[in-house]
Design a protein around this ligand. Structure first.
Ligand SMILES: [Zn+2]
Length: 97
């Protein structure tokens, strides 16, 4: 998966453990000063389209910085995401992943 190849700019991990990368021109980039959650970008790459709020990416294994395509699942909204998080192998007590 070469999805990261073009993202040569900055990258950071948020306090909650999510990885953000610079994605100038992305519809969501304005929200976080040009950065977009990497999970969102990888999932969009898999889907071939942008996520449409309130859609979001869920980490199947509960590891928030494991943004491999196989680990990401499209959630229709936060309610569905909470259900899935409760089934994660890791405890959801540290927040949703
Ligand atoms: Zn999740």
């Amino acid at each position: 998966m070469q999805a990261n190849a073009n993202w040569k700019g900055g990258r950071y991990t948020s306090p909650r453990g999510y990885v953000y990368v610079r994605a100038p021109g992305h519809p969501r980039a304005a929200i976080y000063r040009g950065y977009v959650k990497r999970a969102t970008l990888v999932l969009e790459e898999s889907l071939g389209r942008y996520l449409i709020p309130p859609e979001l990416a869920h980490h199947r294994n509960g590891i928030k910085d494991d943004d491999s395509p196989a680990n990401l699942l499209l959630c229709a909204n936060q309610g569905e995401h909470r259900r899935l998080s409760a089934q994660s192998p890791l405890s959801p007590s540290k927040g949703t992943t």
